[in-house]
Design a protein around this ligand. Structure first.
Ligand SMILES: N[C@@H](CCC(=O)N[C@@H](CS)C(=O)NCC(=O)O)C(=O)O
Length: 212
């Protein structure tokens, strides 16, 4: 397996985290998205959306979308339930993550840290706040988002939520979310190798799909 990966992307970190938890071996191919490396014809063959992560399976099949990659890797492991309602609930929280956590917290954080599109930040922060409130409500009386143990629903939502402080959110105001983050960070083989955005991610200094 080969993971086309950007070290500062929490979408990519989701895949790296699950691979580590499952002790799966893979080849990591770092893609410098702000140096134009997703803009090449060769990268479009891997993913026409020109995004990371992409997982290339041993038989050459390509999988894009971080949460689809999580789903594939989690099949037949404790990170994905095998009962239909459980699987549907996991899907529910994966869509929630893309809709509110990534587009809210992740997007606001990216723009605050790189100085891009400051005009969209307030609306993204508001969306992220709604995500934190919904996560807090769900986690008020349960340890994990679905069922009794950690699933990919938790890992996907963890990725941008655990760095929400970078966007100015005070997680102390969401104690159930803080406890859940700590629970995930205490899993055996947990690791956090998410790096901060490099200098070339800043507005005006890069060549990427965000600069088109
Ligand atoms: N919905 C996609 C979003 C992926 C995404 O936005 N990837 C960003 C990094 S976080 C990217 O690769 N951007 C490419 C570029 O800017 O050239 C997923 O979950 O995988």
């Amino acid at each position: 397996m080969r993971l086309y990966d950007y070290p500062a992307s929490a979408n990519c970190y989701k895949a790296r985290l699950l691979l580590a938890l499952l002790e799966r071996e893979y080849e990591r191919v770092e893609v410098d998205i702000f140096a134009g490396e997703t803009l090449t014809p060769a990268y479009a063959e891997l993913n026409p959306a020109r995004e990371t992560p992409v997982l290339e399976l041993d038989d050459g099949q390509l999988l894009a979308q971080s949460n689809a990659i999580l789903w594939y890797l989690a099949e037949e492991t404790p990170y994905l339930p095998d009962d239909p309602p459980g699987r549907a609930h996991v899907a529910q929280w994966l869509f929630f993550e893309q809709e509110r956590v990534m587009n809210g917290i992740g997007s606001a954080r990216f723009r605050i840290l790189t100085g891009r599109n400051p005009e969209v930040v307030p609306a993204r922060l508001e969306l992220g706040r709604s995500a934190l409130e919904m996560l807090a409500a769900r986690l008020a009386d349960r340890a994990f988002l679905v069922g009794d143990s950690c699933t990919i629903a938790d890992l996907a939502n963890f990725a941008y939520t655990h760095v929400a402080g970078d966007a100015g959110y005070d997680l102390a105001g969401y104690p159930a979310v803080e406890r859940w983050l700590a629970r995930i960070a205490a899993l055996p083989r947990f690791m956090d190798d998410l790096v901060t955005y490099p200098a070339n991610a800043r507005a005006g200094q890069s060549e990427s799909i965000y600069d088109a």
